[in-house]
Write a protein that binds this ligand. Structure first.
Ligand code: FAS
Ligand code: PHB
Length: 390
C-alpha cells in the first residue's frame, strides 16, 4: 500500500490530523493497535479550549459538540470550606471553555472518517517504523496473521505516551524532561447530576478533589489517591464517602451519588520529549508530551500540535515549501512548555504533598488566598485555563 502520510494511532491526535489532512486534500492512512470500542472506552479529558472547538468546527465535526456540549464561563476553587469563582469570561474579555468529553470528540471524528470512506486499520499489531531519516519512509504492521507494508512520504507518531513512534527514535536523538508526581487520580463516571453547573477544584488536607461533568445528567469526579492504590480497593460507596469528606459543606450537600459506569486510577506526570521531528517522522500529542490533567491541557495540546502539523504537510505538497515542516517542533514546543508550566503550577497548588511539611501547606494556603483576592493573579489563571493565544 502507498499513502502520503502514515498516521500511527487513532486517538484524538491521529483522528484530528487525518481530518485536517483530508480537508487539505492529502491522503493519509491511520494504523491503530486497538479496536474502536477499546479506544472509545478510555475515559479521559473533559474540557476543550476554544482553539480545539474551532479546529473541530474547521473539519466539520462540531455539530453534536455545540448541541450537547456545555459552555463554561468560569470554574470554582474550594479551600478552607469555602468556594471562590474564577470568572474566566469576565477576566479574559469574553472567553470560555467547552465541556465535552474526549470520548465524544473521538466518536465524532471516527464517524466523520468512516463517512468519508477514509482508511483506518484497527487492531494493527507489531507496528514498526522504517527509513524515516530518508525520503522514503515505510511502516510495517501485522493484521490477520499477515505482514503488511505502507510506503509513505511522512509518518505522524500520534500513538500516545506508550506508543512505538517515540521509542523508534535513535537513542541520543531525543532529550526528555520529566516530573512524576507522588500520587494519582482515582476517577469515577456516573449517571448522576453534577454537584454544580461549573467545575469545582478542591484543595483539602485529605487531598485534591475535582467535581466535573459530561452533561447535566452525567458526572465525572476525581480524588487524589496514593500511587500504590488499586481501583479494586475502592467500592463506589468508599469513593463517594471520601469525595464528600473533601468537599465544602454546600457541595457535599449537593452531591448525588450513584453506581459507577467507569472507575480508574491515572498516574500523573509532566513529560516533554524534544525535538518532535526526526527526518520524515513527526511526534504529536501524548507521544511527545504529557501534562498532569489538573489544567485540562492534554487533549488541547494534542489538537494544536496536529493543527500545526497538518498545515505544515499541506504546505509541503501545495506550496512546495518545507518552512512549516522545519519549524514544526519549535512552534509546538513553545506552546507545550507554557501549558506544562501552568499544569505543573496548578497541580502543585491544589494537591497534598506530605513531603513539603507544614511550611509547604502554608505556602499553598497563602497562594490560594492571594489567587482569589487578586485580579491580576485570577486573570493570569483564567487566561491560562481558557488557553493562551496561538
Ligand atoms: P492517546 O493516548 O489518546 O491515543 C494514542 C492512540 O495510539 C491510542 O488509541 C493507542 O491505542 C494507539 N497506539 C498506541 N501504541 C500504538 C502502536 N504501537 N501502534 C498503533 N497504535 C498505537 N487530558 C485532559 O485534558 N484531562 C483529563 O482528565 C485527562 N485524563 C487522562 C487520563 C489518562 C489515564 C490518560 C492516559 C490521559 C488523560 N488525559 C487527560 C490526557 C489525554 O486526554 C491525552 O492528552 C489525549 O488522549 C491525547 O491524545 P493522543 O495524543 O491521541 O493520545
Ligand atoms: C474531566 O472532566 O475529566 C476533567 C475536567 C477538568 C480537568 C481534568 C479532568 O482539569
Amino acid at each position: 500500500m502507498r499513502t502520503q502520510v502514515a498516521i500511527i494511532g487513532a486517538g484524538p491526535s491521529g483522528l484530528l490530523l487525518g481530518a485536517l489532512l483530508h480537508r487539505a486534500g492529502v491522503d493519509a492512512v491511520i494504523l491503530e493497535a486497538r479496536t474502536p470500542e477499546y479506544v472509545l472506552g478510555r475515559i479521559r479529558a473533559g474540557v476543550l479550549e476554544q482553539v480545539t472547538v474551532d479546529l473541530l468546527d474547521q473539519v466539520g465535526v462540531g455539530a453534536r459538540m455545540h448541541r450537547e456540549g456545555l459552555v463554561h464561563g468560569g470554574f470554582e476553587l474550594a479551600f478552607g470550606g469555602a468556594r471562590h469563582r474564577i470568572d474566566m469570561h469576565g477576566l479574559t474579555g469574553g472567553k470560555s471553555v467547552m465541556v465535552y468529553g474526549q470520548t465524544e470528540v473521538t466518536h465524532d471524528l471516527m464517524d466523520a472518517r468512516a463517512a468519508a470512506g477514509l482508511t483506518t486499520i484497527y487492531e494493527a499489531a507489531q507496528v514498526s517504523l522504517h527509513d524515516f531519516d530518508g525520503a522514503q519512509p515505510r511502516v510495517r504492521y501485522v493484521k490477520d496473521g499477515a505482514t503488511h507494508e505502507i510506503a509513505c512520504d511522512f509518518i505522524a507518531g500520534c500513538d500516545g505516551f506508550h506508543g512505538v513512534s517515540r521509542a523508534s527514535v535513535p537513542a541520543g536523538a531525543l532529550q526528555t524532561f520529566e516530573r512524576v508526581y507522588p500520587f494519582g487520580w482515582l476517577g469515577i463516571l456516573s449517571d448522576t447530576p453534577p454537584v454544580s453547573h461549573e467545575l469545582i477544584y478542591t484543595h483539602h488536607e485529605r487531598g485534591f478533589a475535582l467535581c466535573s461533568m459530561r452533561s447535566m445528567t452525567r458526572s465525572r469526579h476525581y480524588v487524589q489517591c496514593s500511587l500504590d492504590d488499586k481501583v479494586e480497593n475502592w467500592s463506589d460507596d468508599a469513593f463517594w464517602d471520601e469525595l464528600r469528606r473533601r468537599l465544602d459543606p454546600a457541595a457535599a450537600e449537593a452531591l448525588v451519588t450513584g453506581p459507577s459506569i467507569e472507575k480508574s486510577i491515572a498516574p500523573l506526570r509532566s513529560f516533554v520529549a524534544e525535538p518532535m521531528r526526526f527526518g520524515r517522522l513527526f511526534l504529536a500529542g501524548d507521544a511527545a508530551h504529557i501534562v498532569p490533567p489538573t489544567g485540562a491541557k492534554g487533549l488541547n495540546l494534542a489538537a494544536t500540535d496536529v493543527s500545526y502539523l497538518g498545515s505544515a504537510i499541506a504546505e509541503h505538497y501545495q506550496e512546495k515549501s518545507d518552512a512549516g515542516i522545519d519549524s514544526y517542533s519549535q512552534r509546538c514546543l513553545r506552546r507545550i512548555w507554557r501549558a506544562e508550566r501552568f499544569s505543573w503550577w496548578f497541580t502543585s497548588l491544589m494537591h497534598r504533598f506530605p513531603e513539603t511539611g507544614a511550611f509547604g501547606q502554608k505556602m499553598q494556603a497563602a497562594e490560594l488566598d492571594y489567587l482569589v483576592n487578586s485580579v491580576a493573579a485570577s486573570t493570569a489563571m483564567a487566561e491560562n485555563y481558557v488557553g493562551l493565544p496561538l
